[in-house]
Ligand binder design. Structure first.
Ligand code: HQG
Length: 188
């Protein structure tokens, strides 16, 4: 039985190579973000990463299946894996724009508020701004950067004005940017 800690380490490692730095182990993603699983296993094991290698197919499958945020998908033929969202490298996940709920939420840290109020939400290093359907998730996201705050985004109003929203396979909502006029701070 693999420990939760070990699975978490593998998840973090897969996030790194499938979202940000495939060159860490010398692999390439295709234009839709897919990487060959066998190649990942062979190349990861060459580096002997503490807590990650020896990596094998059952371990990867376990991480994909039990991942708390369903971060990864395996292709239908079982040969490829990709991250469902969160990329900083330019990949086309072939999202279709869809109508969002009335309101979506973004968790961030207090220290970013002034800049967000001035410039709106920008995607920074990632391809998209990430939004959630619930406040609890937003709080957890915000805590990664410090004292959390939650911003409410008038998603449906934006949609009606022509902004494109996408939904990743794990229910994270994505958008290019959110101008500040659609953002308000939630009192917690
Ligand atoms: C902030 C994790 C100043 C933004 C999470 C955020 C999420 C601005 C940070 C996913 C700004 C970017 C994404 C502006 C935005 N001025 N700061 N104009 N506009 N920001 O990590 O949303 O666990 O790229 O508020 O759970 O924090 O990795 O985005 O604080 O779902 O699967 O700039 O990553 O998922 O940070 O997190 P990030 P995020 P995983």
């Amino acid at each position: 039985m693999t420990s939760a800690k070990e699975l978490n380490q593998i998840s973090k490692f897969l996030s790194l190579i499938l979202r940000h730095k495939p060159d860490t182990i010398g692999i390439e993603l295709d234009s839709n973000g897919w990487a060959n699983i066998e190649e990942i296993i062979i190349k990861t094991n060459k580096f002997k990463y503490d807590g990650i290698s020896p990596l094998n197919l059952p371990l990867i499958k376990e991480v994909v299946k039990n991942n708390d945020k369903k971060r990864f998908s395996i292709s239908e033929d079982g040969e490829y894996i990709r991250a469902n969202q969160g990329h900083s490298i330019n990949v086309d996940l072939q999202f279709q724009p869809i109508s969002p709920p009335e309101t979506l939420y973004h968790g961030t840290a207090t220290r970013f508020l002034t800049s967000i109020t001035e410039h709106g939400l920008k995607s920074q290093q990632r391809q998209y701004v990430h939004l959630s359907t619930d406040v609890e998730t937003a709080i957890t996201v915000g805590q990664r950067y410090g004292n959390p705050i939650v911003l409410e985004v008038k998603a449906q109003l934006m949609y009606k004005q022509g902004f494109k929203f996408y939904q990743a396979k794990n229910n994270v909502w994505l958008i290019d940017n959110v101008p500040s006029e659609f953002i308000s701070l939630i009192n917690m």
